[in-house]
Ligand binder design. Structure first.
Ligand SMILES: C[S@@+](CC[C@H](N)C(=O)[O-])C[C@H]1O[C@@H](n2cnc3c(N)ncnc32)[C@H](O)[C@@H]1O
Length: 238
């Protein structure tokens, strides 16, 4: 049976907020400028983030399809095809997805990462890029990811071991930064502990690397847990 793809409005243009939720990704003031923010001074950071995610994921030759949850406006979702992976996106925010539908050609789903509306083993890999920081029950989300993905879970996120985290927390005290109020920052070791708890009894291996080092620094990527961003790949071996 052929399924016809239809475009419909997820949320009326005049609505500024979704269900009175305070998080920035439910507020149009922030969601509608998200792409510009990345096109500006965060461009260099994004180039390195993509570079390390490619290194990690492309080592697992089994990965041909991927579901990216917390896909937002689809910045990464529309990039995966550059490294030969067919991507699908999912996000909880109709405001972020309203941008994604115009920017991404593939399938999108509106849902919560804690309850992925997919059967077991639907995709080769799950991916989370700068979204895991917002999850209330990270163990549950990893279990969902390991249920829906056959081969692995790719994760990219802000590193707790970064001077930017201190700066953000100070800005929050003065009401100047609404973006991370509900975020929990992890280090690779903290995240590994959560994965170990979630995947007890499973056979898997973990690899990670860091980027987001200062411009003047001799290297832009290393395997020490310092830097603004780290990428981690959980390879499911069973
Ligand atoms: C910083 S944005 C990252 C977007 C995109 N991955 C990127 O790298 O540009 C975080 C995204 O996580 C989404 N998000 C937060 N909590 C979520 C949840 N429980 N389930 C699904 N998506 C969630 C938000 O709506 C937002 O789009």
């Amino acid at each position: 049976m052929e399924i016809e793809k239809r475009r419909s409005v997820l949320i009326p243009q005049q609505d500024q907020n979704w269900q009175d939720r305070p998080e920035w990704f439910f507020n149009r003031e922030h969601t509608d400028t998200y792409e510009q923010w990345y096109e500006g001074r965060y461009k260099r950071a994004e180039v390195w983030q993509k570079k390390i995610m490619e290194q990690l994921v492309s080592k697992d030759k089994r990965v041909k399809t991927l579901l990216e949850f917390g896909c937002g406006t689809a910045r990464f979702t529309r990039w995966w095809k550059n490294i030969g992976i067919e991507a699908t996106g999912g996000d909880i925010s109709p405001l972020m997805l309203s941008q994604a539908v115009d920017l991404f050609d593939g399938d999108l789903v509106m849902a919560d990462s804690h309850h992925m509306p997919f059967k077991d083993n639907t995709f080769d890999s799950l991916a989370f890029i700068t979204t895991f920081e917002y999850y209330k029950d990270p163990v549950k989300v990893i279990r969902e990811a390991a249920r829906v993905a056959k081969c692995g879970i790719a994760m990219g996120m802000m590193n707790r071991n970064s001077t930017k985290v201190v700066r953000r927390r100070v800005q929050e005290v003065f009401g100047l930064n609404p973006f991370y109020l509900t975020a929990t920052f992890y280090t690779p070791a903290m995240l590994t502990k959560i994965i170990d708890e979630a995947l007890k009894g499973r056979d898997y291996s973990i690899e990670w690397t860091c980027t987001g080092l200062p411009n003047w620094f001799p290297v832009q990527q290393w395997n020490l847990p310092l830097g603004d961003f780290f990428g981690l790949y959980v390879k499911l071996n069973d």
